[in-house]
Write a protein that binds this ligand. Structure first.
Ligand SMILES: CC(C)(COP(=O)(O)OP(=O)(O)OC[C@H]1O[C@@H](n2cnc3c(N)ncnc32)[C@H](O)[C@@H]1OP(=O)(O)O)[C@@H](O)C(=O)NCCC(=O)NCCS
Length: 160
């Protein structure tokens, strides 16, 4: 299993696997819109024997410091629960940290994202339409989230 940056020829396979993972077209459409808007900070794929089995995307968020939104994250249905999602998230977080991003927000199941250090507590007080128990954050650099601010997903999210 190799985690690598998405390449130009991957787009169709990423679209398909995202649709398959979610069982609906919205998230794949979101990826297309983020690409068209130039709002892709990191896009990683999991590849095994030339076949793409997973994908994760991080987009820049509107905020006073450099923060990313993690979404969507997809693993092909027949390959779930084998750690592929975790590999993608961990590699993405590592690359984000290494390239100076200060924190990452995610909207998802705390039961899944807690394993990477995301907590809803870290996102408390940050103004966002999705604020609530499923809205979580993770500091990549200590102190980055010590003072709450308004944080907005890339415009494509509102067009879904
Ligand atoms: C969520 C998803 C990306 C996880 O990828 P994965 O490769 O199956 O996950 P991993 O193998 O890294 O981790 C598996 C663990 O996550 C748990 N898990 C998987 N999906 C979960 C969910 N939606 N909520 C809570 N826990 C979940 C599994 O029960 C398993 O738990 P365990 O480690 O305690 O046994 C994958 O299931 C998927 O593509 N789902 C459909 C799309 C989706 O919901 N994406 C996330 C949107 S926020």
């Amino acid at each position: 299993m190799k985690i690598r940056a998405e390449r130009a020829g991957d787009q169709q396979a990423v679209h398909r696997l995202t649709e398959d993972a979610f069982g609906q077209p919205d998230e794949a459409r979101l990826i297309g819109m983020l690409r068209a808007d130039g709002d892709v900070a990191l896009s990683l794929v999991a590849e095994e024997g030339g076949v793409l089995l997973g994908h994760v995307l991080f987009s820049p968020m509107a905020a006073p410091v450099r923060v990313l939104g993690l979404a969507p994250l997809s693993v092909a249905p027949h390959c779930q629960k084998q750690g592929i999602g975790a590999l993608l998230v961990r590699k993405g977080l590592e690359l984000a940290r290494d390239t100076g991003w200060q924190a990452v927000f995610v909207l998802g199941d705390p039961g899944y994202y807690a394993r990477f250090g995301f907590t809803s507590k870290a996102a408390e007080g940050f103004e966002n339409p999705f604020a609530g128990p499923h809205f979580m954050a993770l500091e990549l650099h200590q102190g980055a989230l010590s003072t709450p601010f308004a944080v907005g997903y890339a415009p494509a999210f509102a067009r879904l």
